[in-house]
Write a protein that binds this ligand. Structure first.
Ligand code: MN
Length: 131
């Protein structure tokens, strides 16, 4: 069964790279480019995991995460923040908003998928090496 990741990122280059890595890691990907779109996509698609950028127009990642965690239909979906290396305070604020953890940007292409799998249940980790 496909594991669906909702990738929320306003920067087109970052979004392209993360999507590429996710798809090559065997995940199905849907994207959003701000927090409001993220809420709409999450409600429509019920993803297995949400990767959430913090600094975004319209609605930032903190507010989007708070609203996701206040929604009984979505509060069990793990939200992993994409935090900027240059902004160490983002990590604490992301956790306070309800994120399960964080992955630092710039993304380490070698470890990104392994980091993400750590937030999924064993049945959702989609190893492309297995049938
Ligand atoms: Mn951003």
């Amino acid at each position: 069964m496909d594991t669906l990741v909702l990738l929320v990122e306003d920067n087109e280059v970052n979004r392209y790279l993360a999507r590429y890595l996710l798809e090559h890691g065997g995940f199905t990907v849907v994207t959003a480019s701000n927090g409001l779109e993220a809420l709409e996509q999450a409600r429509a698609r019920k993803p297995d995991l949400i990767l959430m950028d913090i600094q975004m127009p319209v609605m930032d990642g903190y507010e989007a995460t708070r609203q996701l965690k206040a929604d009984p239909a979505l509060q069990s979906v793990p939200v992993v923040a994409l935090t900027a290396y240059a902004m160490p305070h983002e990590r604490e604020r992301a956790l306070a908003a309800g994120c399960a953890g964080q992955i630092e940007k710039p993304i380490d292409t070698q470890t990104f998928i392994a980091q993400l799998r750590g937030y999924l249940g064993p049945a959702q980790r989609t190893d492309p090496a297995q049938p």
